[in-house]
Write a protein that binds this ligand. Structure first.
Ligand code: SF4
Length: 365
C-alpha cells in the first residue's frame, strides 16, 4: 500500500517576515528593493559582494555604499542570518549547530574542518516527510520547507561562527534535516546564490544533494543545466527490506531508481554517490554486498559505507570493525570505488536531526 506521504506536493512555506531581510536574497530581489529606493541596479551587486565576499554583518560596514544609503538600509532592511542557538563541539573537530529561524523553528547543520577544506552539512526542510525508520529527523514528520535564504543562511552563519579563512575550499552536502528533492525549487535557488561568481563562488562540483530516492525530484534535477552532484541514500539492497525502512521505495523501487539513475546526465568523470548504512545483522551480509555491487555497476558510481551511528531508541546496532572491512573488501574486489565514512560528531549528538529533537524535547518539558 502506498503510504500517506506528500511525495509531490510541496511542504508548507515559511510565513513572510515582518521586515525585509537582505540576508539570503538574490541579486534580482536586492535590485528590486533598491530600485524602490531610487538606486541603480549596480548597487545590488555591491550589496551582494558585501554580504558574501566581505561577509559584512551590519549596514555600517558597507563602505562600498554611500553613507546616506547605508543609513536608509539600516532603518528599512534587516540583515540577519539565522541565530545559532546551540553548538556542540565533537572531539573529532566537527561542530553541530542548531539554527533558530525567524518563525522560531529549529534546524541543524554541521561544520566539519578537514586538512585544506571545510565541509558543511545543511538542512533543506524543518523535519522531513519521508519517514525513514532509521532517521531521527524522519521521526519528526514534516513541518515546512526552508527558503533559499534559510539554506544560504546556514552556510553564512557557520562560516561567520568559525571565522572561515578566505581561500579554503568549501564543500556543501545536503545531508542534514529534510529531503532536498522535496524542496527542489528552494534548494536550487540557494544553489544559484552559493555558486554566484560575485559571492561565495562555490564550484557546483563541491555541492552534493543527497536523496532518499525521490525519483520525481531526481528527474527534475536532471533537467537543470547547472546542478549539484547527486548522492543516493540507498541503505537496502532488496525491495522487501528497503520498503520497510524507507517508505519512498514503495513508490519508486530499486528497479525504478536504477532506471532513473542510468538516464541521469552525468558530466565527464562525474559519479553518483551511493550511501549505504551498515546495520549489524541487517544490511551488512556479504549477500548484501553482492547485490550492492550489482546495483552500483549499472551507472557510474562510488559507494560510501557508513557504519551505523547508534542512538537512543533506534533499535539497530553498529557493525563490528571486522565486518566493515570484509564488506568493503568484497566491493573493492569487484572494482567498485568504495570509502568508509565515519559519521562525524558521534560523541555530541548522534545522527542528523537529534540535536533539534533533543532541543524540542527540552522546550516541551
Ligand atoms: S534519511 Fe533523509 S529522507 Fe529519510 S527521513 Fe531522514 S532526512 Fe528524511
Amino acid at each position: 500500500m502506498t503510504p500517506d506521504i506528500p511525495w509531490e506536493s510541496p511542504a508548507p512555506e515559511a510565513a513572510d517576515a515582518p521586515q525585509l531581510n537582505a540576508a539570503g536574497l538574490s541579486k534580482a530581489q536586492l535590485a528590486e528593493h533598491l530600485k524602490t529606493l531610487g538606486e541603480p541596479s549596480f548597487r545590488a551587486t555591491q550589496v551582494f559582494e558585501g554580504l558574501y565576499k566581505h561577509r559584512w554583518t551590519h549596514w555600517e560596514a558597507f563602505t562600498n555604499l554611500p553613507k546616506t544609503l547605508r543609513e536608509r538600509l539600516h532603518v528599512d532592511v534587516a540583515l540577519a542570518w539565522p541565530d545559532i542557538t546551540e553548538s556542540l563541539a565533537s572531539e573529532d573537530g566537527s561542530t553541530k549547530h542548531a539554527f533558530r529561524l525567524a518563525d522560531g523553528q529549529l534546524v541543524e547543520g554541521v561544520h566539519m574542518p578537514y586538512a585544506g577544506r571545510t565541509t558543511l552539512c545543511l538542512s533543506s526542510q524543518v523535519g522531513c516527510a519521508m519517514g525513514c525508520t532509521f532517521c531521527a529527523t524522519g521521526q519528526m514528520g514534516i513541518v515546512r520547507n526552508l527558503t533559499a535564504a534559510e539554506i544560504v543562511g546556514q552556510v553564512m552563519a557557520m562560516l561567520l561562527a568559525h571565522q572561515h579563512p578566505e581561500g579554503v575550499p568549501i564543500n556543501l552536502v545536503f545531508m542534514g534535516m529534510g529531503e532536498p528533492m522535496h524542496n527542489l525549487a528552494h534548494v536550487m535557488a540557494a544553489f544559484a546564490l552559493l555558486t554566484d561568481a560575485g559571492g561565495l563562488a562555490i564550484p557546483p562540483r563541491r555541492i552534493t544533494v543527497s536523496t532518499c530516492g525521490l525519483v520525481s525530484g531526481i528527474e527534475k534535477l536532471a533537467a537543470f543545466p547547472k546542478r549539484p552532484r547527486l548522492a543516493l541514500s540507498l541503505n537496502g539492497t532488496t525491495n522487501e527490506y528497503r520498503s520497510r525502512i524507507m517508505p519512498v521505495n514503495r513508490v519508486w523501487n530499486l528497479e525504478a531508481l536504477a532506471k532513473t539513475l542510468m538516464a541521469f546526465p552525468l558530466e565527464h568523470n562525474e559519479r553518483i554517490t551511493l550511501e549505504y548504512v551498515l546495520l549489524k545483522g541487517v544490511t551488512d551480509s556479504l549477500e548484501d554486498a553482492r547485490r550492492l555491487s550489482t546495483f552500483a555497476r549499472k551507472f557510474p558510481s562510488k559507494v560510501n559505507l557508513i557504519p551505523f551511528n547508534a542512538h537512543e531508541g533506534a533499535g539497530f546496532e553498529e557493525p563490528g570493525e571486522a565486518r566493515i572491512q570484509e564488506f568493503c573488501k568484497f566491493l573493492i574486489d569487484r572494482d567498485i570505488t568504495v570509502s568508509v565514512r565515519r559519521s562525524r560528531g558521534q560523541d555530541v549528538a548522534g545522527a542528523c536531526g537529534q540535536l533539534v529533537r533533543e532541543g524540542r524535547k527540552q522546550q516541551e518539558a
